[in-house]
Design a protein around this ligand. Structure first.
Ligand SMILES: N[C@@H](CCC(=O)N[C@@H](CS)C(=O)NCC(=O)O)C(=O)O
Length: 270
């Protein structure tokens, strides 16, 4: 690791904003000395990814991804201070301040699935995190990469909101034509469990960017009051991917004090 200030100590970024800054170069000590693919013809230092992060949130995916693919990165957040970290994101991305927000080559990006796919396409190490397009696994990989946010997280989020509001379990018909809930949160859990019981990874046979996306979904499920007996395989898969050295390195960077203090107890059983 390089460029690492004491976490929690205010430092000043190039823009002059007072920040708590944790700057880290990615896996295996890669940094300015490492050249991008393309040999002598296209050799140039790898560009650094700046990740605006909130501890325990989806931005952890991007730290993990950078560790997996050897992308140089720095992480901007306030250690132990959720609102402070969010305010840092607001400062850089006031119109859509979400975690992750990533700045790369002068462009500000949100949406973790898009960021994961984009960074995989821009670094030489990205290829190894996707099945070949000719492989039958490619369809699985793409589907889970997008299911993570497109269907799973939004339904789990709806469930979390319902629990917090202690509201009715049934979604009311809308004025637009009486749409009822068809797929509920437990259906999401069951769907994941069935797939991962039959496959080693969410991209099929090999670890991929889809697993990076789905890990947060599994964490979300564990935080909600589903019966763990309904998802033992999902839990085993999560333990397996979280044992990866890149995950472990990323966790130390993105959650240096662990996440226990942020865990809240579920309000009521389902
Ligand atoms: N689909 C987006 C979701 C981003 C998102 O909602 N992130 C949360 C943190 S995990 C956040 O910033 N929430 C603040 C808010 O919704 O106001 C992604 O995958 O990047």
């Amino acid at each position: 690791m390089t460029d690492q200030s004491t976490p929690g100590d205010p430092t000043t970024s190039r823009s002059g904003m007072a920040l708590s800054r944790r700057g880290v170069l990615g896996a295996a000590g890669l940094g300015a000395a490492v050249l991008a693919g393309g040999g002598a013809q296209a050799a140039r230092p790898l560009d650094k990814v700046t990740i605006y992060h909130v501890e325990g949130r989806r931005s952890q995916r991007i730290i993990w991804l950078c560790e997996e693919i050897g992308a140089p990165y720095e992480v901007m957040f306030k250690r132990g201070d959720i609102m402070g970290s969010i305010n840092m994101i607001k400062a850089i991305n006031p119109t859509m301040p979400l975690a992750p927000t990533v700045v790369f080559r002068g462009k500000t990006m949100i949406e973790s699935g898009g960021i994961v796919e984009y960074l995989m396409s821009q670094f030489p190490g990205g290829d190894k995190l996707a099945p070949a397009k000719t492989s039958p696994d490619y369809a699985d990989y793409l589907m889970w990469m997008h299911f993570a946010e497109g269907s799973a997280a939004c339904r789990l989020g709806a469930e979390a909101t319902r629990i917090m509001a202690s509201g009715d379990r049934t979604i009311k018909p809308t004025l637009m034509g009486g749409v009822y809930k068809i797929v509920g949160a437990q259906d999401i859990v069951d769907y994941l469990e069935t797939y991962i019981a039959a496959h080693p990874y969410f991209g099929g046979n090999t670890f991929s960017g889809a697993d990076v996306m789905m890990d947060f979904v599994a964490t979300y499920i564990a935080a909600l009051p589903f019966d763990p007996a309904t998802y033992p395989k999902l839990k085993a898969w999560q333990q397996k991917v979280q044992a990866r050295p890149a995950y472990q390195r990323a966790f130390k960077v993105g959650a240096p004090d662990g996440l226990e203090k942020y865990k809240s107890k579920p309000k009521k059983a389902m």
